[in-house]
Design a protein around this ligand. Sequence first.
Ligand SMILES: Nc1nc2c(ncn2[C@@H]2O[C@H](COP(=O)(O)OP(=O)(O)O)[C@@H](O)[C@H]2O)c(=O)[nH]1
Ligand SMILES: [Mg+2]
Length: 204
Amino acid sequence: MTSSDPIIRKVFGGPCDFRLGIADLYQLPPSQIPEIAFAGRSNVGKSSLINALMGRKIAHVSHTPGRTQQLNFFEVGEHFWLVDMPGYGYAKVSKKLKNNWNQVLRDYLKGRPNLRVVFLLIDSRHGLKDNDIEMMDMLDQAAVSYRIILTKSDEPKKSDLDSTKAQVEEKLIKHPAAFPESFPVSSWKKQGIEDLQRMILGLV
Ligand SMILES: Nc1nc2c(ncn2[C@@H]2O[C@H](COP(=O)(O)OP(=O)(O)O)[C@@H](O)[C@H]2O)c(=O)[nH]1
Ligand SMILES: [Mg+2]
């Protein structure tokens, strides 16, 4: 953790422990501490972003997407719980499994008053896909506030990144639970990471 801000160093550089992975909601721990969740398509760069935020490898970075079908909970000191949601949009997952998961997710999102925000990650090279819109609809229906993070912002040209950002924000107008602005980040170049850490501190 290289931030010059002592509070960021304390929170994001302090203890972060894997607490549990749950595949069913009866396993859900009680909701006392604020929760911050990360969602997005498989391969969007979610594990990399979580690792960049925490300044260490806590989430598995993989080239074979779609393996984890559970909600993974990490306890970040006494400050908040970080929830790694399973990546979606992986073609090899059966329809039945997908439906089961959607039900688990819906129940989680609806029944979690301490869930402060879902960061919904979108690949800045590809923009919004149909299953991202499905996820946004699910979040709107559960009335969980969410913010769009544009990942891998080191890849596209600036003009392309700007137009993707504008396109995404145009769509957000129709989504009541979405924060109207989107946030480009690069886990590789460490761009936008400290802003995101600060944003999280403002929410917990
Ligand atoms: N260019 C670029 N690639 C990234 C970045 N973050 C992740 N990736 C790559 O995207 C792929 C998927 O990353 P991963 O973090 O495993 O994504 P997840 O499946 O969403 O957890 C890997 O090949 C990463 O190296 C980034 O900031 N910039
Ligand atoms: Mg991952």
